[in-house]
Write a protein that binds this ligand. Sequence first.
Ligand SMILES: Nc1ncnc2c1ncn2[C@@H]1O[C@H](COP(=O)(O)OP(=O)(O)O)[C@@H](O)[C@H]1O
Ligand SMILES: [Mg+2]
Length: 227
Amino acid sequence: MAVIVEAVELKKTYMLGKVPVEALRGVNLKVEEGEFLSILGPSGSGKSTLLNLIGALDKPTGGKLYIEGVDTATLSDGQLADLRRKIGFVFQFFNLIPRLTALQNVELPMAIAGLSGIERRKRAEELLETVGLGDRKNHKPSELSGGQQQRVAIARALANNPRFLLMDEPTGNIDSKSAHEIIQLVKRLNIEQKVTVIMVTHDQKLAMEAVRTLHMLDGYIVKETLN
Ligand SMILES: Nc1ncnc2c1ncn2[C@@H]1O[C@H](COP(=O)(O)OP(=O)(O)O)[C@@H](O)[C@H]1O
Ligand SMILES: [Mg+2]
């Protein structure tokens, strides 16, 4: 299997005024194509920082990050933006656009990628079927439950056939039954559609749903388990 993400002694230090905050102190990891990996750690351990670096939303202050073998430090801002468009993001608070319907939210990234109106409508409908929302496509986010909104967000993240999916506490803001449904959906996408998933969470039970788990503490990966 091809290595899709590799971090070598990856570091991130934020400056809080004049005070350095070492969020990542030297993270090493490899993620292979087709994997379902979780990263588990308590609040403040550096999970979101790590995910934001992998998603090219922020830049490391030390070490190396390779995406599909490319050293991301060699990429221009324009190339980093291109890279971000090949990554699917799912966040805790869904980040849907309130005045757009589910269908329009899923269509949006495809419009940006330049797909025709007919193509993107067809694919958005298929994706909403896949996530079990075929009958909710004309609802706006405020007319959907948290679990349903997160399923729209997952459909949107998949719209442009991303190289991998990054999920930051994807069930952190929904009830436990819906959370269970979300994780089953993610498992199904991983197995049936071979979607590579990297999910960060502070929830041990959720993390154990992935095939492999990296355990984070204080800016380091301290342990790896197979579930
Ligand atoms: N933009 C920022 N500026 C300064 N410190 C930050 C910033 N983002 C995160 N941190 C700090 O970095 C550490 C790791 O944060 P984060 O990656 O959000 O952890 P987690 O997602 O595991 O809760 C924490 O100490 C946090 O306060
Ligand atoms: Mg976080």
